[in-house]
Design a protein around this ligand. Structure first.
Ligand code: PMP
Length: 352
């Protein structure tokens, strides 16, 4: 079988384990431990009994209106809906980065960006964060072949944020679009939505998989100036979002009070979790997302991960070549986090 040569050097992007529901306490892929609001469930049920023999609205107009209202954007033409923010990222790479051209990402961050460049036959350049998770000057240097820069903010796996002022400065120094991947921004104090309106080179991606508790329906979106949304619309699948997801996502955007409550609750759990991990001797990176990144001076991260897995608790062990390894633990319910911390204490005792 002959595939495009670009595939030869590729390795598949490995997402976190997704076991069948029920067996594990699942703290490995930054989902929301709480179910979505009742209004969303109702919208899903009503869409499922609607005219499902018909194609959905190709532009997800109801969602785009609801998103513009909820986020204070000038109008729906500033929003492009996608099948998860992963699809939006795919469209951005497809739209801006040609074969042999380059995209840039910080390191360690979201490895999918590299896979998207590989698929495109493009190059990727990883710029390592300076300690402690600060962007070096080199991240903002422009270059002729550089066509897209991607910055998760808050970052994963660290949960750290690059200040907004610095993001503005980056956009000024770069000649290409700067994508601020705000998958976790609802858990942070600030975001870059207002910068999109003042600078066409700043593009924001969002997801409903995390704060809104809707990872199962796959819905994400882009916020960008209308001419960019219009251009990228040309290269999306005709019906990239299905009717049930559009109904759920539209209803979710109307649940901003629910969102504030759930974020407040999860951020309180995150703080408690960080304090307990610090007390256990972990170096815990201060997080602005729904997970924490921690490293123990004695290492043994892979062993701790394995110990927890045997006890039906899934957290994420991450090993970044030339950088180091650690554990990323998603915020769960208080009971889930208590169970996880207890098992981590036992793991530490048994591994010593
Ligand atoms: N961006 C970042 C930084 C992420 O961690 C994730 C989740 N893996 C995504 C985007 C994708 O989210 P989704 O496709 O579920 O919208």
């Amino acid at each position: 079988m002959q595939y495009r040569p670009a595939l030869n050097k590729m390795k598949p992007y490995v997402p976190g384990e997704q076991p069948p529901p029920g067996k594990f306490i699942k703290l490995n892929t930054n989902e929301n431990p709480y179910p979505p609001p009742a209004e969303v469930v109702k919208a899903i049920q009503s869409a499922a009994t609607g005219p499902i023999n018909r194609y959905p609205d190709p532009m997800a107009t109801s969602f785009r209106r609801a998103a513009a209202d909820a986020l204070g954007l000038p109008g729906p033409e500033w929003v492009l809906a996608g099948n998860g923010s992963d699809e939006i990222l795919t469209l951005l790479v497809r739209g801006f980065v040609g074969e042999g051209e380059s995209l840039r990402l910080p390191y360690p961050s979201y490895i999918l960006y590299r896979t998207l460049a590989d698929i495109q036959g493009a190059n990727w350049e990883q710029v390592p964060f300076d300690e402690p998770w600060e962007l070096p000057q080199a991240f903002g240097q422009s270059r002729d072949d550089l066509k897209l820069v991607l910055l998760p903010n808050p970052n994963s796996p660290s949960g750290t944020v690059v200040p907004k002022q610095q993001i503005s400065e980056l956009a000024e120094s770069l000649d290409c679009p700067l994508v601020v991947d705000e998958a976790y921004a609802d858990f942070a104090e600030d975001n870059c939505l207002d910068l999109v309106q003042s600078n066409e080179r700043i593009l924001v991606t969002r997801t409903l998989s995390k704060s809104y508790g809707l990872a199962g329906i796959r819905f994400g979106f882009l916020v960008a100036q209308p001419h960019i949304v219009a251009e990228l619309t040309k290269i999306k699948d005709s019906y990239n979002c299905d009717a049930i997801s559009i109904a759920a996502a539209t209803a979710a955007m109307g649940c901003q009070d629910w969102l504030s409550d759930v974020v407040e609750k999860m951020n309180a759990t995150r703080q408690r979790m960080a304090d307990r991990l610090s007390a256990m001797g972990f170096a815990v990176t201060p997080s602005h997302a729904n997970f924490v990144w921690c490293q123990h001076p004695e290492g043994k991260h892979a062993e701790i991960h394995q110990y927890l897995k045997q006890s039906q608790i899934l957290i994420r062990y991450m090993d970044f070549p030339d950088w180091g390894d650690g554990l990323r633990i998603s915020v769960g319910t208080d009971e889930q986090i208590d169970a996880c911390l207890l098992m981590m204490e036992r793991a530490m005792q048994s591994l010593n």
